[in-house]
Write a protein that binds this ligand. Structure first.
Ligand SMILES: [Zn+2]
Length: 313
């Protein structure tokens, strides 16, 4: 039984996950980074103990998926925007000391990619790209069951490939990154920039609300959805041209409205992927649902210490 820990900017979720990817007990707590790292560590340890008690199991290992940057191989946190004061701390070493079991950590997108590759929409795909589209765009690449790592074990940032260099300024320093054009906040920003003064839906506008308005026939929301599908398609087409994977699995909160975007995504891919066999590259939706991150975190442990995902050619 693997203790799974999912650390995000707003909440920390902990669960017990069986060897077949089933979540048996789940506890959540606000991230509350202002309370400091030691407090976070204590809460995570306590939640793991509680979840194990609730599921009446012994913890045989702990897998962690966390917002990054972090060094997956040493376990050390980098300078994480959402986790002020956690830089240089090592949750892997600390949980190993507390529970005396092997512990592994990955960037949360890599964790979710591993979960989908093993138990979800990417099952039996040798070359898989998982993309999460929400408040940002992140992703993980899994090749023959192994997380693709860059130099020094680094995690590639696929949300920061430039799609339109005259586009909006991105947090990374470039303009027009995929994330700056197609993450949820980009939809909101664009609608605000285009809306007439008497636009009645300005207040508290979200990507989800824009999708609802588009379904209700609002013309501006409809254009925003069309634009979103185009930019999602461009980014996916770039991944296809660069990597030619077997499958691209799409997750994240924006993809809850995927039915509005899929036709536009495929239209865009058809426009410019003719030098790669794009019709053989599956574009599918993440299938592990609400618990995807916890299941992915458990898979982080199996990926590092347990049975590897069987090679599929
Ligand atoms: Zn960027």
């Amino acid at each position: 039984m693997i203790g799974a820990v999912d650390i995000g900017g707003t909440k920390i979720a902990v669960g017990m996950v069986s060897g077949s990817g089933k979540v048996l007990a789940k506890i959540e707590s606000p991230t509350d980074t202002h309370l400091g790292y030691s407090n976070g560590l204590e809460r995570i340890a306590e939640m793991l103990r509680e979840a194990a008690k609730e599921a009446t199991v012994e913890i045989s290992g702990v897998g962690i998926g966390s917002t990054g940057p972090l060094d997956a191989l040493t376990g050390e946190f980098g300078d994480v925007d959402f986790l002020a004061g956690w830089a240089g701390k090592n949750l892997v070493h600390d949980l190993e000391r507390i529970f005396d079991v092997p512990v592994a950590i990955e960037n949360d997108a890599d964790a979710a990619a591993l979960g989908e590759a093993t138990w979800g929409a990417g099952k039996k795909k040798s070359r898989l790209v998982y993309v999460t589209i929400g408040t940002g765009i992140g992703g993980g690449i899994v090749v023959n069951g192994q997380v693709y790592r860059g130099v020094d074990g680094s995690h590639p940032e696929i949300g920061h490939h430039v799609v339109d260099s005259s586009g909006p300024l991105c947090s990374c320093g470039f303009r027009g990154c995929w994330e700056a054009l197609a993450a949820g906040p980009a939809m909101v920003q664009w609608v605000h920039s285009q809306a007439p003064n008497n636009f009645p839906h300005r207040h508290g506008l979200t990507a989800r609300r824009i999708c609802e308005l588009a379904r209700e026939g609002d013309a501006l929301a409809g254009l925003a959805v069309k634009r979103e599908a185009y930019y999602l398609g461009l980014g996916i087409a770039n991944l296809m041209n660069v990597l030619s994977p077997d499958a691209i699995v799409l997750g994240g909160s924006v993809m809850k409205s995927s039915s509005l975007f899929l036709d536009g995504i495929h239209d865009t891919i058809r426009q410019g992927c003719r030098f790669v066999p794009f019709t053989r590259m599956e574009v599918s939706l993440a299938s592990l649902g609400e618990d995807a991150n916890l299941i992915g975190a458990a898979m982080v442990w199996h990926h590092r210490f347990g049975d590897r995902i069987p090679h599929v050619s």
